[in-house]
Design a protein around this ligand. Structure first.
Ligand code: F6P
Length: 328
């Protein structure tokens, strides 16, 4: 193969730049031209691209965001959009495309594949860690540390004010970030979608452990981490309902997009470098419609079509332990 396109798509994640760098440097080593498309799949539709040379990826490994910009591309959801994107790849004589993103981006790639004669490979980049076929996605480790830093700070003010705090973390429909940051931050309770939908009538299950903690242990702060999309009216509504039921001030802190930013931690830089390099090497060997993932420290290929099929499970051991201590 001689020419390979690369793009970053969907929610950006710290480490995407490290993946782009590895792709460009590996491409140079194999004498492959790397063409970077800007703004995700939109770059294909808008002819917004540039050749990426090693000098373009100097000093980017440490930066969050993505030098190629990212976006969600509505046009790709239409058959015409997917066809147009494939035509752009053919016109630019690209032998292959690397898509760095989550399983939504991989679905977009599969739609293009129906009209494209070249190879497509995915590299998992999302803070959510909700992609099957890899133990971790690029950006997840950094997002945990960012969330943790916030939880530690909230603990200080929660303790000073003797308040209950609900900290809402991202993850779309996955509790990976919430469970991990909650465990590491010593959260008293963790609420995530994997525990089942929380409805207003279930509030008593949250309240009882808070009351027991107050009576028995005299706790002066209490932190509940909540995955986004866990409660019908949102985490602020949940905090208000708890305040009313308990007669204690409960505050909600929605961490939001802070979790997507920042300099990638070492683990994300290493994972991104490994998977970016592996993606190019596997393209050279003929891989198509696969994702480059890592399982038990081994780089592996996984069918792109299966990356969202199973609904990746959060650690059952930690879930059980957390539920045991919360009900204690
Ligand atoms: O997939 C990454 C993510 O940050 C999710 O955690 C979150 O639900 C979503 O993207 C937010 O998307 P947007 O940036 O479009 O609000």
């Amino acid at each position: 193969i001689k020419r390979v396109g690369v793009l970053t798509s969907g929610g950006d994640a710290p480490g995407m730049n490290a993946a782009i760098r590895a792709i460009v440097l590996t491409g140079a080593a194999y004498n492959i031209d790397i063409i970077g498309f800007r703004h995700g799949f939109n770059g294909l539709l808008d002819d917004d691209y540039q050749t990426l040379l090693p000098q373009h990826v100097q000093n980017i490994i440490q930066h969050g965001g993505t030098i190629l910009k990212s976006a969600r591309c509505k046009a790709l959801h239409t058959p015409e959009g997917a066809k147009q994107a494939a035509e752009a790849l053919q016109r630019l004589q690209l032998d292959a495309l690397v898509v760095i993103g989550g399983d939504g981006s991989f679905r977009g790639a599969l739609a293009i594949a129906e009209h494209y004669h070249g190879q497509i490979i995915g590299v998992p980049g999302t803070i959510d860690n909700d992609v099957d076929g890899t133990d971790y996605t690029i950006g997840f480790a950094t997002a945990i540390d960012t969330a943790l830093d916030a939880i530690d700070k909230i603990r200080d003010t929660a303790d000073a004010f003797e308040r209950i705090f609900l900290v809402e973390l991202m993850g779309r429909h996955s509790g990976y970030i919430t469970l991990s940051a909650g465990i590491a931050g010593g959260a008293e309770q963790i609420i995530c979608p994997e525990f089942g939908a929380l409805q207003p009538e279930d509030l008593k299950t949250l309240i009882a452990p808070v009351q027991r903690a107050q009576l028995l242990r005299g706790k002066s702060s209490y932190i509940i981490v909540v995955a986004e999309n866990s409660y019908p009216g949102g985490t602020t509504a949940l905090a208000e309902a708890l305040s009313t039921a308990l007669g204690i001030e409960c505050r909600a802190c929605i961490l939001g997009h802070i979790q997507r930013g920042g300099s990638p931690v070492g683990a994300d830089r290493i994972l991104a470098t490994k998977l970016g390099a592996y993606a190019i090497e596997q393209l050279v060997l003929g891989a198509n419609l696969m994702m480059a993932g890592e399982i038990n420290q081994q780089a592996v290929l996984y069918p792109m079509a299966q990356t969202g099929a199973k609904k990746k499970q959060i650690d059952p051991y930690l879930v059980r332990w957390q539920q045991t201590i919360a009900s204690d």
